[in-house]
Ligand binder design. Sequence first.
Ligand SMILES: [Zn+2]
Ligand SMILES: [Zn+2]
Ligand SMILES: [Zn+2]
Ligand SMILES: [Zn+2]
Ligand SMILES: [Zn+2]
Ligand SMILES: [Zn+2]
Length: 499
Amino acid sequence: MEKCAVCGVDAKQKCAGCNLIFYCSREHQVIDWKKAHKKSCKCFEFESNDILGRYMIAKRDIKPGEIILKEKPMIIGPKTISHPICLGCHKSLIPIENDYYKCSKCTWPLCGKSCENSEYHKDECKLYCEKNFKSSIKFCESAKAESSYCVIMPIRALLLKKSKPKVYEEFSKLVSHLEQRISTKLYEALRINLAQFITNFIQFPNVTEKEILNIAGRFDTNCFEVILPSKKIKARGIYLETAMMAHECVPNTKHFVDENFEMRVFATIPIAKGQKILTSYTHPLKTTIERRLGIKQAKCFDCICTRCIDPTEMSTFASSIKCTACNNGVLTSIDPLENLSDWKCTNCSQKMPGMKVFQVLNEIKIKMENLNKKSVQDCEKFLNDHEHILPNGSVFVVDVKYALCLLYGNVDGFLFKDLSQVQIERKMKLCEEMIKLLSIFEPGISNSVLNTQFELEACKIVLKRNDSSKEKLLKVYNQLITSSEGKSLLETRLKRIPI
Ligand SMILES: [Zn+2]
Ligand SMILES: [Zn+2]
Ligand SMILES: [Zn+2]
Ligand SMILES: [Zn+2]
Ligand SMILES: [Zn+2]
Ligand SMILES: [Zn+2]
């Protein structure tokens, strides 16, 4: 029998937060919470090694759907190059009478008077006023991306040095990878613009060019995107604990930021005690080369995760092309961690240089970028045109087929009432196929899988195939509502189904 953490008698009730500590009564739990447990009640802890630095592991078994952590941002603000956003509430700006509203004190564009005294903007506003700064951001016909936003987050960090020295110290412990970044074009530009601005124009006391660039590097390495489509917010933030998760291309968590900018990380699959708690800095529907190049560029490390080292990518052949020599096998990389390694056929002796495969994949990628993914006809044509070269599990095929799962039944000309029997059956087949594949790329709780399940059940309802489809559909609908932001979009989709 477990003992009460306060008085030591036999105890049955355990803390629901960490599942690790027991109490004899509610009273003793409350006493301990206030006294000590509030700080230590977590289902994770940190470990470190030479390769990963500090990383997060599970302190106990964690169930899918369980919230692992919630935290407020340490610093939030615009991206290095950002379209005009309000520095008070971070919403995208809409011009009023041909220009943006400008802060009456510092001239940075804001959404309106009410944001002039926002807690995010107050301190920096004072600083810009003192230095007589004038923002040059203007609305001219369209909202163009502005590089002058690169100064905001570093200034916000530097202001913490005085206002919250302990927080700044924590921030300073984050890695910046400056040695690798310093020779890039972006950092050359930052050295000239950002560093000069802070040291010469703002004349920020006791700060060196190196410290400023290190700050920029810490943001680039550790920031999470803060994207809230319904509130038109596109910003980034530092979340200290969330940033401690190691990366794998197939992670075991998902995270989202709520409307108060609070980060929530939840488990998507069961995580056993002692296992790493993982996030992903890339998109599952990218080829291995693209994922690894992106991660290398943005986060300065080489991914060697289970998916990246497996040439078949969990038997999906997600980055492969079909072998045109035998028309039976697919080409996979001999060494996926080596971009220029040769590729060989799974069926015959055919080999192809890595560079050639890269070119083929790149041409398809460009076609994908120009594809109108809102058009059923264009998507079907893309699949037709590439059937001879792309295997079923190819990221490009999955991407387009997933789009089609949602298009059939939901877009003009292809609403459920317009679909022929053949078209509904096409949609069902696509959904079934995509549920299988997407569950490999995103195991456990996944919005793409839920979305596809929703569409599959909708087909069954339309065809009156299965009496339990309505229940299943509503169950998926409710799961989607709690995990995604687009509630109104979902409602529209629900209304289209003749239940
Ligand atoms: Zn007790
Ligand atoms: Zn606890
Ligand atoms: Zn605002
Ligand atoms: Zn201001
Ligand atoms: Zn990887
Ligand atoms: Zn072959």
